[in-house]
Design a protein around this ligand. Structure first.
Ligand code: FEO
Length: 172
């Protein structure tokens, strides 16, 4: 059985994952409208990944005999000045998510909830990957600067990103 402190903290994290999903869906729609469908595709995949993160936490609470409480999702921004601005906002957001996963990990240790700590270890590694992906894209965009052909090439590259459900979900 999950203790209330841990259950509340995971429910807050579920809300944060859905907020992330909503944020990236908003970015996907923004770039679709801007004619950058490859970048839109990248954010659509990101949206699906965030939904999967929320699902992993929901499954976990249910497995431990707890209660999932879905709260209201805060409204998200709807436009960004450029792809660079959107990816910078994404990195900043992911850094906040990393901090909240780390705080949850610390709480699990304090509460001696080792099963929760184990489940969170997957998220700790996932955050390293998410931040790294963003940094690489920001670096690429800074290399191309105002070059339209460069942006066209990046858009084509990001059009190839596909969603794969995390293996941790398939095992459940
Ligand atoms: Fe669910 Fe992007 O962290």
């Amino acid at each position: 059985m999950l203790n209330n402190k841990i259950q509340d903290a995971i429910n807050n994290q579920i809300n944060a994952e859905f907020y992330s999903a909503y944020l990236y869906l908003s970015m996907a729609n923004h770039f679709e409208a801007e004619g950058l469908s490859g970048i839109a595709n990248w954010f659509k995949v990101q949206f699906k990944e965030e939904q999967a993160h929320a699902e992993i936490f929901m499954n976990y609470i249910n497995q431990r005999g707890g209660r999932v409480i879905l709260a209201a999702i805060e409204a998200v921004p709807t436009s960004w000045a450029s792809p660079t601005e959107a990816f910078k906002a994404t990195l900043e957001h992911e850094q906040k998510v990393t901090a909240s996963i780390n705080a949850l990990y610390t709480l699990a240790i304090e509460e001696q909830d080792y099963a929760t700590r184990d489940r969170l270890a997957w998220f700790v590694s996932e955050q390293v990957e998410e931040e790294d992906n963003c940094r690489q894209l920001i670096d690429k965009l800074s290399l191309i600067g105002d070059n339209g052909m460069g942006l066209y090439m990046i858009d084509r590259e990001l059009a190839t990103r596909t969603y794969t459900a995390p293996s941790i979900l398939a095992q459940e």
